[in-house]
Design a protein around this ligand. Structure first.
Ligand code: M6P
Ligand code: ZN
Length: 187
């Protein structure tokens, strides 16, 4: 594929979309099997209407080598068994960095390199830096949608199996109006 030509990409209404727009991905509760600590609560949420937990709207920049794709992720507010709604989380098979820019709401960026776990608070105007080799998961810790812009190398890829095998080091739980980070437990 030849490189794209230069073009402008704009934030749409409510910072929810990118224009022009490429793919839209919707992840429902049923797509998040094995990720929440409380499997019963997860099964119940799937049975109770299988809500959309997050969406990912991408610009038309493709995920290919040398290009720099972007996407806006919106995680809706909620918790399952006390664990805040979150993305699946992934490693980059080709270890490369990524940035997340907070746009709306209150979120957290959980990072795990297999040994060390880190938590970054992400609010509008904050950039979270994801170094090469760190798995990453986003969490909505507020009561409104949490949105962030991601920018990442097109050849980085997405490895979801790594998180199922290694876990993410910590879990983010709702606790009396605040966030409690607890040890992950057995993945
Ligand atoms: C961000 C980026 C995307 C990712 C999305 C959802 O927008 O990191 O590459 O796909 O978040 O996260 P996940 O792939 O873990 O479901
Ligand atoms: Zn990534």
């Amino acid at each position: 594929t030849p490189p794209l030509q230069p073009f402008a990409i704009r934030f749409g209404d409510d910072n929810a979309t990118l224009e022009p727009q490429g793919q839209i991905l919707q992840r429902r509760m049923s797509d998040l099997e094995g990720l929440f600590a409380d499997r019963r609560a997860w099964e119940q949420a799937v049975a109770d209407g299988d809500p959309v937990v997050y969406t990912v709207v991408s610009s038309p920049v493709p995920e290919v080598s040398r290009e720099l794709p972007q996407s806006i992720t919106t995680i809706f507010p909620g918790d399952t068994g006390g664990e805040f709604w979150m993305t699946k989380g992934h490693q980059h098979p080709d270890p490369q960095g990524e940035i997340y820019l907070g746009l709306e709401g209150r979120g957290g960026l959980l990072l795990f390199d297999g040994e060390r776990a880190e938590w970054l608070d992400i609010t509008p105007g904050v950039i979270g830096y994801i170094p090469p080799g760190w798995a990453h998961r986003s969490v909505n810790v507020g009561d409104e949608p949490y949105r962030f812009l991601a920018v990442y190398p097109g050849s980085a890829g997405h490895d979801y199996g790594w998180v199922l095998t290694h876990g993410m080091g910590l879990r983010a739980r709702r606790a009396e109006g605040t966030v409690e980070l607890v040890p992950f437990g057995t993945p």
